[in-house]
Design a binder for this molecule. Structure first.
Ligand code: MRU
Length: 356
């Protein structure tokens, strides 16, 4: 099995963040180094770094790098905090749906605020530790999620997945696709069907590539073929990641996920959502309150095509995510265990003191 790649890391001197540019995969494996707030936001918006947990990890490192710049500019006291807050808000607003982005920025901002009397260099050093902790914890969470997820599958199962919730979107194993990587390591055979995931093809470009590298038996299908493979009896479970889980268990994930959940219900196939507790937003009561990113229609009209595949100027609707309602979700698998309906209770229980 191939080594897990470093999708996001800090430069050795801590003055920039290095990312594997996912927008170029699978054809080119290139790293990009960012140190300005503008380039950091661009990397998130252009999906050079993408996937809910990965953008959280990236944002943590970015805020640390930016804090170091404020220190070198000589900012102290209220001026330092004001600028840190401004940078954090801009980073957190780069994409709206995945809660991990704002979650990571909040976590570092609160850490800084709790050190109000300390020197700026002490605060910056602590922010570096916090950013590294987010990354380290995500690795541990992904491994646990993968174990819980794999416990729901058996040798020879066919599993359908959507988008990319593997190591590139997280760290190490991944979430929605973590069980497949773990199975490969353990020598357990699964047959994975990866939706190509229009319009940005995260399934074709990233999931198929990652799973093939890991030695997993993966078959790529177009999104509109999911019903056919389910009808053929080839799918025993669906597993996907998540960008935000509302308190009632409604799940926002890559556009097309709710369609897969509806099909799974029709064919009586369990539909599992896998994600870390950092993706659960108990402040968000239900899916109607999850902000859905809308992206440029050019991604539908012409991106990935040698020639435009739609008439110039045609109106396009391009939501990047949709919400699968909780009644279609068999279980939500986190690093702390498997949550079953009713989700209002089972998700809240994860945050009870005895679980910390
Ligand atoms: O727009 P993207 O590529 O960032 O969307 C990513 C997804 O929807 C993933 O499935 C989700 O973030 C889960 S990642 C572990």
């Amino acid at each position: 099995m191939a080594e897990f790649l470093d999708n996001v890391r800090l430069s050795p001197d801590g003055t920039s963040v290095i990312l594997l540019d996912q927008s170029l995969l699978p054809n080119r494996m290139e790293e990009r180094q960012v140190s300005s707030l503008e380039d950091m936001v661009e990397a998130i918006q252009a999906l050079r770094v993408r996937g809910a947990p990965a953008i959280g990890i990236f944002a943590g490192y970015c805020l640390y790098v930016l804090a170091g710049q404020l220190e070198r500019q000589g900012l102290t006291g209220g001026d330092f905090f004001q600028e840190l807050d401004r940078h954090g808000k801009i980073l957190a607003a780069a994409r709206p749906t995945a809660v991990n982005l704002a979650w990571a920025v909040d976590r570092l901002s609160h850490r800084a605020a709790s050190m109000a009397g300390a020197s700026v260099s002490e605060i910056v050093r602590t922010l570096g530790e916090e950013a590294r902790a987010i990354h380290r914890e995500d690795m541990e969470m992904c491994e646990n999620i993968s174990r819980y997820g794999l416990s729901l599958l058996k040798e020879g199962d066919g599993v359908l997945t959507h988008c990319n919730a593997g190591p590139l979107a997280t760290s190490r194993y991944g979430t929605g696709q973590g069980p497949f990587h773990l199975a490969a390591q353990l020598g357990m055979k699964l047959k994975v069907y990866a939706d190509e995931t229009r319009p940005l093809l995260q399934g074709a470009r990233l999931t198929a590539w990652e799973l093939q590298r890991a030695g997993v038996d993966v078959t790529l299908i177009c999104d509109n073929m999911a019903s056919m493979v389910m009808k053929n009896g080839w799918i025993q479970a669906c597993m996907v990641g998540c960008d935000r889980v509302a308190a009632n268990g409604d799940v926002a994930n890559k556009i097309g996920t709710s369609g897969v959940a509806i099909l799974a219900k029709h064919y009586g196939i369990p539909f599992y959502v896998l994600g870390p507790t950092s993706t659960i937003d108990l402040n968000c009561p239900d899916g109607d309150h999850i902000p859905i990113e809308e992206r440029d229609g050019e991604e539908i009209r012409s991106l990935w095509y040698r020639e435009p595949m739609a008439p110039e100027g045609v109106k396009c609707y391009n939501p990047a995510f949709d919400v699968a309602p909780n009644e279609l979700i068999t279980a939500i698998i986190t690093e702390k265990g498997i949550c079953r309906p009713p989700y209002t209770q089972s998700l809240a229980a994860l945050f009870a003191p005895e679980y910390k």
